[in-house]
Design a protein around this ligand. Sequence first.
Ligand code: ZN
Length: 105
Amino acid sequence: MPRCESCNKRWRLKQTIVKTSAIDVDLGMNCPYCDELQFLDAKSLKRNKVWIFFPLIMLIVYGLLNLWMSLPFWSFILYLLLIVVIFIVFYPRSITVTNAKPLQS
Ligand SMILES: [Zn+2]
């Protein structure tokens, strides 16, 4: 989970997902504790873009598997749950926030 560089408090899961999924995340996010503006560091910005495609790629993989061996409907629900669990477990760990806006490459 990301830790605010100003107050050093660790953001909660829901706060992290809500804050970092904003369209204008590049403009910074206010820390839920000290209200100081925080930015994703350069690495997190790149990872954030990869995570956007993660559910899409997973759904394409499922579609191909389904074509190959026609999976039952309940497996789709399980698969969606798996995507959500992977996202919740790994996404917040891949995020770091800083006080300074990273230089755009
Ligand atoms: Zn803070």
